[in-house]
Design a protein around this ligand. Structure first.
Ligand SMILES: [Zn+2]
Ligand SMILES: [Zn+2]
Length: 224
């Protein structure tokens, strides 16, 4: 199964240009079998998403929900993920394995510490990866509270994956993931992973990542 691990939609991430239905249509015309929607979970965005926690979470999920429906219609698997920024820092983290109930139960995740977020993810069967750890102004965060790191494949993304490759040598227990960081059509299909079985939701994806080492798609090519 070929799975895009880092996708934004215009409904959930104002920096993204493409609406969920168009994102799903575009990926359904490639050889990807599925996409993980990882819209930005930032307090700066969420505070304008509604006046109650429930409203904010429903608004946050709009891109995923729309993509999920579109995926059902055309046969593309659509999985919920989260790209979260913890206040007051600049780093982004990817959560794989969270479901809708996780978000409604924890609408204030942005105010957690990295350690608190990591522990909460594990209590809920989810995994925490740092997104593009060497993209300025980001720097790699405490590996004790990470499951892995992302080799971000966004073209011209200033990702410095060469530095990440050196850094991870000192932290061989960290897992690796790849994603395109899709915001516009020019970002389509440069990253992701190859799984040896099908997964259909965030729980199955997290279980797979816990027990397997997926092949990474690097610059559109499969590597191990
Ligand atoms: Zn963005
Ligand atoms: Zn992103």
């Amino acid at each position: 199964m070929k799975l895009e691990m880092h996708t934004h939609t215009a409904e959930g991430s104002p920096c993204a240009r493409i609406l969920a239905r168009e994102v799903v249509k575009a990926y359904s015309q490639t050889d990807y079998d599925g996409i993980v929607i990882t819209n930005h979970f930032d307090n700066d965005l969420l505070k304008d998403f509604g006046s109650t926690d429930r409203e904010r979470m429903e608004r946050y999920l709009l891109g995923y929900d729309t993509a999920y429906e579109a995926g059902r219609e055309c046969g593309l698997t659509v999985i919920l993920g989260i790209e979260i920024r913890l206040e007051p820092y600049a780093e982004d983290f990817l959560i794989y394995g969270a479901d809708r109930e996780f978000l409604f139960a924890h609408p204030n995740l942005c105010f957690f510490t990295q350690q608190e977020l990591y522990e909460l993810c594990h209590e809920n069967g989810a995994l925490l990866y740092q997104a593009h750890p060497f993209r300025p102004p980001c720097s790699p965060q405490n590996p004790a509270y990470l499951d892995g790191v992302e080799f971000n494949q966004r073209p011209n993304g200033n990702n410095h994956n060469d530095l990440l490759e050196k850094w991870i040598c000192d932290h061989p227990d960290l897992k690796r993931v790849s994603g395109s960081d899709f915001h516009v059509m020019d970002n389509l299909g440069f990253g992701g992973i190859i799984l040896e079985q099908q997964v259909k939701d965030s729980g199955e994806l997290a279980d797979y990542l816990k027990h397997h080492k997926p092949h990474l798609i690097i610059e559109g090519k499969e590597s191990s």
